[in-house]
Design a protein around this ligand. Structure first.
Ligand code: HEC
Length: 152
């Protein structure tokens, strides 16, 4: 009889101890999972350097505001324009906010083509290169979006 009580008592002590160990071990894991689902902010400074280094700068004027740009839309105030376009009735893409619109413009240029006679090919495709989603890393795209969001 004593032994049974002893065993039960031991189990009563062991159980909370075990739970503490499990919970303690799980905390870093669940923190990591949460960090992965929160989108990276992107680094605007690195994005600016990338913009100048990649082909972007040879097409887009980053100092002059939209509308305008004979060959490519000016991006001097793209954050403001993106917010306007994404809410406009003509917009056909899937983005919900300015940053989403800028990201979509980079990774899927044909989702919505800015009106402008030189902005689309004779076949109706965007003149913007369609392969940045493949040639750039997710981090690089995050950085470019963060940089363009500073152009207000
Ligand atoms: C060959 C020229 C060319 C290059 C290189 C280029 N773009 Fe574009 N881009 C365009 C054209 C043309 C459009 C307008 C057509 C469209 O909406 O897809 C455009 C549209 C955009 C838009 C949407 C502009 C708006 O007013 O809504 C963004 C943002 C953008 N480009 C960013 C970039 C970034 C970032 C890079 C470099 C990674 C880049 N572009 C490289 C030609 C170019």
């Amino acid at each position: 009889m004593r032994r049974v009580v002893d065993r039960r008592a031991r189990r009563l002590i062991l159980l909370p101890a075990l739970m503490l160990i499990i919970l303690g071990a799980e905390r870093p894991g669940s923190f990591q999972a949460a960090a992965q689902t929160v989108p990276r902010r992107g680094d605007a400074t690195r994005g600016g350097e990338l913009f100048a280094k990649l082909a972007c700068a040879s097409c887009h004027d980053i100092t002059t505001p939209w509308p305008g740009g004979d060959v490519c839309p000016n991006l001097g105030n793209i954050a403001t324009e993106a917010a306007r376009i994404v809410r406009s009735r003509e917009y056909r893409g899937k983005a919900r906010d300015a940053a989403g619109y800028i990201r979509e413009s980079i990774v899927e240029p044909n989702a919505y083509i800015v009106p402008g006679s030189n902005y689309r090919t004779a076949e109706g495709r965007s003149v913007m290169p369609p392969d940045f989603a493949q040639t750039l890393t997710r981090e690089e795209i995050d950085d470019l979006v963060a940089f363009l969001m500073t152009r207000r």
